[in-house]
Design a protein around this ligand. Structure first.
Ligand code: NAD
Length: 330
């Protein structure tokens, strides 16, 4: 069994990775600063779930603080899953400095501390946002990276730091480029979360642009499985891998799928396009398949059904989350 630090482990993806490893019997340390970008209560609930899943502990700390990263990532740590970030394209357009500090400096600190502690591997959460402008589809890992948002720039810089720490200092690193992830506990600022909750209560939903933009949506269980396959995997050292579903769907079709599942009569309002949003994302997942046997098991219908079931159950348990509908569009 390994000792695994999960930065950002109070968040959506990090808490799923941490929970799954804890259930498998690994020792987990969640490191998170409980950033108030969205409800801290949701993050505390995520932490609680992980702590109840096995041998897990929580340390509140900021990845921007190198001293704290050195204290936490000591030479008893085997692996670091680095999921902490200022996620979100729109907030990065409003405040590029914060995305840069957390995502670039924060990653550099985690890499530096991991190198000094001689950890076995750092697995870095990257993003399809690094691709930006489409030259061809689907995006394979060689597709030119020309991000169209400050967030994409910060994730690309972080990815390069991971590669360079592997090449220059010999620290094993792998970056996973996630394509829009959804599922239980997902960030409340993401479209599928907002649409589902509004459709379940028949409220109007707002689509930015004409809704014909297409996305590759990836179910959280596929993302967790990909991360778990990196443990003890040398073939992925220094590499970047796409983690997507390999399919894309327009926002308008996504809404129709959700309507079929929820029987909602929500009307759709169209608003102007948001700055920094990518028009199209679509992953080529062949490389991940070759290196770690990555095979996405969830198509959009299967994933949405599972997600809507979860939202319904959660609303029965906790009531409707007011903070979700009050959130700005960021
Ligand atoms: N959700 C997606 O669709 C998606 C897509 C591509 C990439 N990613 C990447 O995956 C990772 C996880 O994303 P998520 O959707 O779970 O986001 P999230 O916001 O739910 O989780 C990120 C966590 O990091 C923590 N954090 C933020 N700043 C921090 C700091 N300075 N120090 C310590 N912790 C800090 C937050 O409190 C939060 O709990 C991020 O790196 C994100 O960029 C996510």
């Amino acid at each position: 069994m390994s000792k695994i630090v999960v930065t950002g482990g109070a968040g959506f993806i990090g808490s799923h990775i941490a929970e799954s490893f804890a259930k498998d019997g690994h020792e987990i340390i969640i490191v998170d600063n409980l950033d108030p970008y969205y409800s801290v209560d949701l993050k505390l609930r995520n932490i609680d779930l992980v702590l109840r899943s096995g041998d897990a502990s929580f340390i509140q700390a900021d990845v921007r603080n190198l001293g704290r990263m050195r204290e936490i990532i000591d030479n008893t740590v085997d692996y670091v899953y680095h999921e902490a970030a200022q996620a979100g394209v729109r907030i990065s357009v409003d405040d590029p400095f914060k995305s840069n500090e957390v995502n670039v400096l924060g990653t550099l600190n985690v890499l530096r501390a991991s190198l000094e502690a001689d950890v076995k591997k750092v697995i870095n959460a990257s993003s399809s946002s690094i691709y930006g402008k489409v030259k061809y589809l689907p995006f394979d890992e060689q597709h030119p990276a020309e991000p169209v948002s400050p967030y994409g720039v910060s994730k690309l810089a972080a990815e390069h730091y991971c590669r360079v720490f592997n090449e220059v200092y010999g620290l094993p690193t792998t970056s996973l480029r996630y394509f829009t992830v959804y599922g239980p506990r997902m960030r409340p600022d993401l479209a599928i979360s907002i649409f589902t909750r509004k459709m379940l209560s028949n409220e109007p939903i707002t689509v930015f642009g004409d809704g014909e933009q297409t996305r590759d949506f990836t179910y959280i269980e596929d993302v967790v499985e990909a991360n778990k396959r990196l443990l003890d995997n040398k073939a992925t050292d220094g590499k970047v891998l796409n983690i997507g579903s390999g399919n894309r769907i327009s926002v308008n079709d996504l809404i129709e799928n959700l309507r079929d599942i929820t029987f909602s009569n929500s009307c759709v309002l169209n608003a102007g396009k948001q700055k920094g949003d990518a028009e199209i994302t679509l992953a080529d997942v062949d490389f991940g398949n070759k290196l770690i046997g990555y095979t996405p098991l969830f198509d959009i219908k299967k994933g949405l059904n599972k997600f809507v079931d979860w939202v319904r159950a959660e609303q029965d348990l906790w009531g409707r989350r007011e903070e979700v509908v009050m959130l700005p569009s960021a």
